[in-house]
Design a protein. Structure first.
Length: 118
């Protein structure tokens, strides 16, 4: 799943849950610090603004977006929606050669871009 596709998935999930970027920021902070450190309003505001930018920029790290998706999908509110969404993840397998793996990855990225463009 490419960057644009993940950004759309996050925005869609936030809309389905009725969450703001601030809600996600609070959950991200909680996940990072295992709930041991309370976030200040200023920290949440900064994180919320960062998330907003991350959901707009095409250069945002896919790993960061994957982290946001994982936080959302693991939350009980999301699970209660009953969407049965599974996060796609690549599993390397030795039966596929490096060249074929790279071509399949490129094909997958092309498909993601086609889907994202409408």
């Amino acid at each position: 799943m490419g960057t644009v596709r993940k950004q759309k998935e996050i925005k869609k999930a936030l809309a389905q849950l009725g969450w703001s970027n601030t809600t996600l920021a609070d959950l991200v902070h909680e996940e990072k610090y295992n709930g041991e450190i309370e976030a200040t309003r200023e920290e949440l505001k900064k994180q919320s603004e960062a998330i907003k930018k991350h959901l707009q920029r095409k250069t945002t790290s896919e790993d960061l977006l994957e982290f946001y998706l994982r936080v959302i999908h693991q939350h009980p509110d999301y699970q209660n929606l009953g969407l049965d969404t599974v996060l796609p993840s690549y599993v390397d397998h030795e039966c596929l050669g490096l060249e074929l793996s790279m071509k399949l990855k490129d094909l997958s990225n092309d498909i993601d871009e086609l889907i994202a463009s409408g």
